[in-house]
Each structure stands twice: as C-alpha cells, then as structure tokens.
Design a protein around this ligand. Structure first.
Ligand code: UTP
Length: 298
C-alpha cells in the first residue's frame, strides 16, 4: 500500500511535558488545561484537528495531566456536551490516551503513538499551541495536502521568527525557494543566532509517515540531545539522512501561532483571544484602551 495516497485521519497531541516555565500555575495542573478565553488551550487544538477531518485523537499525557482526559468526557450530570463544546460523539470523534512514563522529550512522547498509528501517516499537533486563523484548520488542511501530494516522509508548519528567537525553536534549512511550501535540506534544534540556517521555525504542527518511529528508535539508541531530551528534530534529521523528502508549509499572513508555554506569550494569547469573545470582547477592548491611556478603567 502506498502510504502517501492514504487520507490522514489520525492526530497525536503530545501533552505530557512538565511545563516548568509556567510554574507555579502548572505545579499540579496541566499547562494544556490553562484557559485562553473561555476554553482550555487543548480544546482549541482538538477542535482544529476535528475541523481538519482528523477524527481519531490520541492525547499523550503523564504526571499531573489527568484533568485532560476528564475534560473530554460528557457532562457528568446531563450526560451531554455542555455549551461551548462540540458533540464529539455525534461527529464520530474518538479519543485515546496514553501516558508517557517519563518526560524524555518530544521524540519520546511521539514514540508512544506507534500502536495507535498502526502504520498510517498521521498528524502531530502540540497541545500547548493554538493556531489563530480566520477559517478553522486551513493551515492543518494545507499541511496534510502538501504531505500527501509531495509524497513526503515528514511535513512541518513553518513560521518566520525574530532573529533573537531562533535559539528557542527547531529552525529549517530550505532546499528549494521559500514559497507557500518548500522542501527542506536540514533542520537544527535551537541554534545560536549565528548558526541558524534561516529564521523559519517549526510551528507546532507536523505530518509524519510511520517511518518516524524507526527514526525515533535510532535517536533513542544514543544519549539524549539538546536539553537532555530526545528531540523530534533529531529523528527528522535521521529521516533526511536516509534520503527521505521533507517539506514545510508556511503560515499565511493572517494565520498566527499562540504558544502558551511561557508567561509572556500566554498573557499575549489570553489578551488577544479574549478580544474576540462575542460577549465581552468589546468591553475588554475598551478597558484595555482606558488602561493604556492612563485611566484606571472599569
Ligand atoms: P515544551 O517544549 O514546551 O516542553 O513541550 P515542556 O516540558 O512541556 O515545558 P517546559 O520547557 O518544562 O516549560 C512542547 C509540547 O510537547 C509536549 C508538551 O506537553 C507540550 O505540549 N511534551 C514535551 C511531551 O508531551 N513530552 C515531553 O517529554 C516534552
């Protein structure tokens, strides 16, 4: 069977990380459950996957993460979804959960999806990052389309970041001209600015063929990479060294990545998405304007 002719239906959401940058908020609760406006972050991620047609969802959890599984249950009193939730059952969405026993990095987290994936291509959406876009899941749909059409072994979303921020991300080295989609020559995890091959960072969304699991095994045969963790970018480099094609899809000008993994970007995400609240957005906007103008606001 040609794996790249298959439609992708499976989504893996890693949500087991310790979230140390958000302590004490994450001392005993998952960062993926921190609300951004009315919904916990991971609910946005799940809704994005569903909007892209991905109906089998595996969430990788771990220590202090039990609230995530509870959140996707029906209301325990009425047995129905509550207001502001999709009717997952009606939509044919199925949730699966697996625990990462020790937080050994993103590659290790993804390795826990092998049985779930069953040899099919799949998508990975990081559970601590929301994609803001005018229409739901347009980025994810383009990512899947490029992955299938290009016959890639891996495809990532790409976003241009500030030069001083390249050391926080997996950075891409393009092989072809950088258009809406482009082929990759290499990728480097958290490079120093002077060693960064571009300012294009991996933007929390990936599509993989099941060959990624062999690549992760190869990486785990060696000592951990940067930060004492098994890095997904190292496993992707392993695929590249086998001569596999790897592609990237750029975020459009009206698409935005909200990473809630540190307080600065969490605050910005909360404020920005609160302004879109249909009931209170306008009132919050007026309040912020008054505060910024030096008034106390109400
Ligand atoms: P981060 O790179 O933000 O790491 O994870 P972290 O450990 O959660 O946070 P800090 O650095 O301690 O503050 C990106 C995504 O990958 C998941 C996280 O849950 C998050 O959604 N992840 C990370 C795992 O599932 N397992 C890991 O071992 C590491």
């Amino acid at each position: 069977m040609d794996v790249n002719k298959q439609t992708i239906t499976k989504c893996v959401i890693p949500a087991a990380g310790l979230g140390t940058r958000l302590r004490p908020a994450t001392k005993i609760q998952p960062k993926e459950m921190l609300p951004v406006g009315r919904k916990p972050t991971i609910q946005y991620v799940v809704e994005e996957a569903i909007a892209a047609g991905l109906k089998s969802i595996l969430i990788i959890t771990g220590r202090t993460k039990r609230a995530i599984a509870d959140h996707f249950d029906l209301d325990f009193v009425t047995g129905k979804p509550i207001e502001g939730e999709l009717d997952y059952e009606k939509l044919g969405v199925r949730f699966f959960f697996v625990r990462q026993a020790q937080q050994m990095g993103l590659a290790d987290a993804v390795s826990h999806a092998e049985a779930f994936v069953g040899g099919e291509p799949f998508v990975v959406c990081l559970g601590d990052t929301i994609i803001g876009e005018p229409e739901p899941a347009t980025l994810l749909k383009r990512l899947v389309d490029t992955h299938v059409r290009r016959g890639a072994s891996a495809t990532v979303a790409a976003e241009r970041v500030r030069p001083q921020d390249v050391s926080k991300y997996g950075i891409l080295k393009p092989l072809s001209r950088v258009g809406d989609e482009f082929q990759l020559a290499d990728l480097i995890e958290k490079p120093a600015p002077e060693h960064a091959p571009s300012r294009l960072a991996i933007a929390s969304r990936y599509a993989f063929n099941a060959t990624i699991f062999d690549a992760i095994r190869a990486v785990k045969a060696n000592p951990p990479g940067k930060g004492g963790e098994y890095q997904l970018t190292d496993a992707m480099r392993e695929l590249l060294s086998n001569g596999d094609g790897m592609w990237a899809v750029r975020l459009a000008a009206n698409e935005k990545r909200y990473d809630i993994g540190n307080y600065e970007s969490y605050y910005k995400a909360f404020v920005e998405l609160s302004l879109q609240d249909p009931e209170f957005g306008d009132s919050v906007r007026r309040h912020l304007k008054a505060l910024l103008a030096g008034n106390r606001g109400r």
